[in-house]
Ligand binder design. Structure first.
Ligand SMILES: Nc1ncnc2c1ncn2[C@@H]1O[C@H](COP(=O)(O)OP(=O)(O)OP(=O)(O)O)[C@@H](O)[C@H]1O
Ligand SMILES: [Mg+2]
Length: 272
């Protein structure tokens, strides 16, 4: 089975894209895979919600996108590592930035970045913006990623979103039939069968978990879920990793040289 290296997580607003991206990355890290999570949202920089107290030392994804040139070295400099998890790092806009902070960039820049990123980690997880028509990186990610995970809330607002947006994705390049569809944050009273029917079936269901909601509120998404009631959520995340991203039995990708440089860089900063 081929591992999927670049995964785009996309879906309606507030569906759980960021939460799922972090949980998938956490599961991959447990399997000793190097993972880079990219938070594309320029309107609400993801770093401020998942690591609100992290000092980012000029490490902005926006700066990278609008730089004159990108290299593996310049990407590595922008990665925000996690002191307690050597397998995980993040690329994000910095606290307080917005769409006017940096110069506009082109789709060609995104393609260059994709090529470089593919060799920097075992997996790249792109937490896309729901408004992908306004965000060049998210738009390109939906086209260029090895696999797209579509996150769907089981409610009318999500239906309204998909009714509008899927008509913009009829071009073959988006390959929407191949999306892996997750029904997210499902509570028993929600009309999940009707919604699943509308999408011609769904591939996975992630239940509501109180503990997860608290982790999100307290910016602790990188911690493990330990409550018994969260077990079905965690099992489903493992299942998605096995099925969509990386079969457990497989050996990690051989990208040792780049991994060395990633570790070396972190060490140099004294952050590992
Ligand atoms: N399975 C779940 N159980 C409990 N709460 C959940 C679950 N999934 C998502 N949530 C909650 O839903 C809310 C939105 O989650 P998240 O920020 O991950 O969504 P998003 O799609 O990234 O949102 P945005 O469109 O703003 O980027 C958060 O309050 C989060 O805690
Ligand atoms: Mg988000």
């Amino acid at each position: 089975m081929q591992m999927n290296n670049v995964i785009a997580v996309w879906g309606n607003p507030n569906s759980g894209k960021t939460t799922i991206s972090i949980k998938l990355a956490g599961e991959l890290a447990k399997r000793k895979r190097n993972v880079i999570v990219i938070g594309c949202d320029v309107g609400t920089p993801v770093i401020s919600t998942i690591l609100p107290f992290k000092e980012t030392k000029d490490q902005s994804f926006g700066k990278l996108l609008s730089a004159v040139q990108v290299t593996q070295e310049s990407i590595l400099k922008k990665l925000i590592p996690f002191a307690d998890n050597k397998y995980l790092s993040i690329l994000s806009y910095q606290h307080g930035e917005n769409e006017r902070t940096y110069a506009k960039y082109s789709k060609e820049r995104v393609i260059d970045l994709f090529i470089l990123l593919k060799h920097l980690a075992d997996h790249i997880i792109i937490d896309c913006s729901s408004q992908f028509t306004n965000d060049i990186f998210s738009n390109a990610a939906l086209e260029l990623s090895d696999r797209v995970i579509r996150v769907i809330s089981p409610d009318l607002k999500a239906m309204s979103y998909y009714d509008s947006v899927l008509t913009l994705m009829s071009e073959r390049k988006y390959n929407v039939e191949k999306h892996y569809k997750i029904l997210s944050n499902v509570k028993p009273e929600m009309p999940k069968d009707i919604i699943a029917n509308k999408f011609g079936g769904i591939d996975s269901e992630l239940p509501y978990a109180k503990e997860l909601e608290l982790q999100w509120l307290e910016a602790r998404l990188f911690e493990d879920l330990v409550d018994k009631k969260s077990k079905s959520y965690s099992s489903e995340i493992k299942h998605i990793v096995d099925l969509v991203i990386a079969d457990n039995k497989e050996k990690p990708n051989k990208v040792k040289q780049e991994k060395q440089s990633m570790k070396g860089l972190f060490k140099k900063r004294g952050e590992e």
